[in-house]
Ligand binder design. Structure first.
Ligand SMILES: Cc1cc2nc3c(=O)[nH]c(=O)nc-3n(C[C@H](O)[C@H](O)[C@H](O)COP(=O)(O)OP(=O)(O)OC[C@H]3O[C@@H](n4cnc5c(N)ncnc54)[C@H](O)[C@@H]3O)c2cc1C
Length: 501
């Protein structure tokens, strides 16, 4: 059996694993990445955010990796890496569909657009993960990382302080050993964590959802449907399709993330119930529910499945968390530790926060007597942040049936995001202000008020609750949330630095 020695092993070669390995290699570490699949491989989780892009720029300057800066804005990405497919994301867009009625929106009642950037060139992006993750693997190799793809794990054990990973590589049996640390970036597989005895649980989450998703082609722009519905898009802060587009329906919501090559990521997130646990993909995407929404039905009906992945992919309950995320000699990255839900597109940014923390820990603490103590702080942060994200998202779902409550609930997220963007992702008090005690207390109070109003209230109670939320959020509202130039169209939430470039 071929044998390789190194100073650290990263399991999982998605963008998280290879980026972390790159940052360790930039610190002079001899790192091996073991990835089960071969790039390019399909992956979900594509819509990035200003916080993610700020973090990429911060990592670019700290680790002298200008390549990361080049993928942090739409314009420079397209100029520098035209072969790595992305999509333009100027912000978040929400359209509410009513059952039995074609899409309509009087006084913009069924629209909400929130701009994150002021121009296309400095816009955020959707990542076509097959190509972007492949690009990250190449970046890691350039930095001196050995990225081993097609790895089939057989045994992982720690013997006398040495980690031994045995498996089958493409060239045959391989044993990788390290006296150092191993990192778990295997996402939901949580290979290292499970081997070390950590369990996966959905216990304690307020959010309860599942999803089916795929990539399609030949989907006409949503903007055309708006024009047919006589919705004036002239006042929009960005083109309706250049966004993370959310179509809200009674059965959850549908995402639409267009890429520059015409492919579109489409997914449906629906409430998870134990009864739909074993539902087949066919049952989930059966046309019956879609036919209740004539505009969506006619529009989505024109799309064809893209070659990759070539089928709908169905998940079980999305919410998961590990019972513990580090131990002697191993530690998990954020997406391996926990996931809540795609709403608000937080996964990439949260992963980048975790990667930055672990790269710093490697530099400052890993080889000192403080290593475990410092990891306990990291673990505590991730735990609090995963709960904070769950609270923000659960509140949006609870509010979703009421346009008034939903608008107010999303403003809580945008207050958190814009505050964090303004303070700079490196100095923010935790991810999305999770470590800001006053803010998380406000989030809890607002969540409780939304619960109560959603349970008991009619539209006048919803309006009163929304007005109260606006007041409670005032100390955190730096960008005129609740008072856009035109109802439901927000032009001005971008942090000053996102307008540079
Ligand atoms: C339905 C859905 C929608 C989402 N939408 C968004 C979104 O719009 N925006 C956003 O920011 N985030 C989103 N996310 C979250 C996003 O997917 C994650 O943040 C992101 O994928 C994390 O990347 P990663 O590299 O950590 O993990 P992954 O992409 O999961 O990569 C893990 C890698 O580990 C490999 N692996 C598994 N087991 C082993 C093993 N035993 N040995 C070696 N390798 C192994 C896998 O092959 C894989 O390549 C979404 C998630 C879901 C489930």
């Amino acid at each position: 059996m071929r044998s390789v020695q190194c100073e650290a092993i990263v399991f999982g070669g998605g963008f998280s694993g290879t980026l972390l390995a790159t940052l360790l290699a930039r610190q002079g570490t001899d790192v091996v990445v073991l990835e089960r699949q071969q790039h390019p491989r399909f992956a979900i989780g594509e819509s990035s955010t200003p916080l993610a892009n700020q973090t990429l720029r911060d990592l670019a300057s700290t680790y002298d990796l200008p390549e990361l800066e080049a993928i942090s804005r739409f314009g420079i990405w397209r100029e520098t890496y035209p072969d790595v497919t992305c999509g333009l994301k100027r912000g978040f867009a929400y359209f509410r569909h009513r059952p039995g009625q074609p899409f309509h929106s009087r006084n913009r009642e069924n629209e909400l657009l929130v701009a994150a950037s002021r121009k296309d060139a400095i816009g955020d992006t959707h990542w076509l993960r097959a190509e972007v993750d492949h690009w990250f693997a190449r970046l890691a190799r350039q930095a001196g990382v050995q990225v081993i793809e097609g790895w089939q794990p057989r045994r992982l054990e720690q013997e006398k302080g040495i980690w031994i990973a045995e498996g089958l590589a493409l060239e045959g049996p391989l044993c990788v050993r390290t006296r150092g640390w191993i990192f778990d970036a295997t996402g939901p597989a949580a290979y290292v964590a499970r081997t070390a005895g950590s369990r996966v649980t959905s216990h304690g989450f307020r959010t309860a959802t599942r999803s089916v998703y795929t990539h399609v082609r030949d989907l006409p722009p949503w903007e055309h449907q708006l024009q047919e519905a006589s919705v004036s898009t002239l006042e929009y802060p960005f083109r309706a399709d250049d966004a993370a587009v959310h179509h809200l329906i009674e059965e959850g919501w549908i995402w639409q993330l267009p890429f520059v090559d015409g492919r579109v990521s489409v997914g449906w997130v629906q409430p998870w119930k134990p009864s739909n646990h074993g539902a087949t993909v066919k049952a989930l995407i059966d046309q019956e529910w879609l036919a209740r929404y004539p505009t969506l039905h006619a529009w989505l009906g024109q799309a064809k499945l893209a070659k990759t992945p070539g089928a709908w992919i169905s998940t079980g309950r999305l919410q998961r968390r590990l019972t513990h995320l580090f131990g002697n000699g191993w530690v998990a990255l954020p997406h391996t530790y926990a996931f809540v839900d795609p709403f608000y597109s937080m996964g990439i940014a949260w992963s980048l926060f975790g990667i930055r923390r672990l790269a710093r820990w490697w530099n400052e603490d890993a080889s000192t007597s403080r290593s475990l103590e410092a990891l306990a702080l990291y673990a505590g942060q991730l735990e609090r942040e995963s709960r904070h994200l769950d609270h923000l998202i659960a509140m949006a779902y609870r509010a979703m049936p009421s346009p008034t409550l939903f608008h107010a609930a999303t403003m809580v997220y945008f207050a958190a995001a814009t505050q964090a963007e303004r303070s700079g992702s490196a100095s923010a008090p935790g991810f999305l202000a999770a470590e800001d005690a006053a803010f998380s207390c406000t989030v809890d109070e607002i969540g409780a008020a939304i619960d109560q109003a959603a349970r008991n209230g009619d539209s006048s109670v919803h309006r009163e609750t929304a007005a109260w939320i606006e007041q409670r959020l005032a100390p955190f509202n730096q960008v005129g949330l609740f008072h856009p130039r035109e109802p439901h169209l927000y032009w001005e939430t971008a942090a000053p630095d996102t307008s540079q470039g």
